[in-house]
Design a protein around this ligand. Structure first.
Ligand code: CMP
Length: 139
């Protein structure tokens, strides 16, 4: 059953847009670094002002990013928590589960290792972070 679950997770990861550029071996390697985590509706997954300890990929469920200008929903396939990892600074917003959620978490250390080994991945994440920051300052 566990094996079946792992297999399903792996197949799911292949559908994540961010990982589409990785080959099978790299995806397998990345997969081993992921730590599963779940959350219930209303649970705060990330607290604004905290240090960034990891980056989250939404496997199932949905979250809301709580910004001064309003809430931004993120659904399965999306990621969050990348900004504080890239900047080395603090979390820029609260992120709250609005559903029963399943995440895969990449710890800061593993993120750094992986990002230096796969510059394409790093730049894709950086581009997304920049777009989000621009959205936040212009809203
Ligand atoms: P981080 O600052 O580490 O923690 C809060 C996260 O919310 C942030 O990383 C982004 O992943 C996410 N976030 C911030 N602003 C937006 C936005 N405009 N749209 C989507 N996600 C965002």
């Amino acid at each position: 059953r566990d094996k079946k679950h792992q297999q399903e997770l792996k197949q799911l990861i292949e559908t994540f847009p961010l990982f589409s550029q990785l080959d099978k071996t790299s995806r397998e390697e990345l997969f081993l670094l992921f730590r599963p985590k779940s959350a219930s509706p209303g649970e705060r997954v990330i607290r604004v002002g905290d240090r960034g300890d990891g980056m989250y990929f939404i496997v199932a469920g949905a979250v809301e990013v709580r910004l001064d200008s309003g809430d931004v929903p993120l659904n399965a396939g999306a990621f969050f928590g990348e900004m504080a990892l890239l900047s080395g600074g603090r979390r820029t917003a609260d992120v709250v589960a609005i559903d029963f959620c399943q995440f895969l978490v990449l710890d800061r250390r593993d993120f750094n290792i992986f990002a230096s080994r796969y510059p394409g991945l790093r730049s894709a994440v950086t581009t997304m972070a920049r777009e989000r920051t621009e959205m936040n300052v212009s809203r």
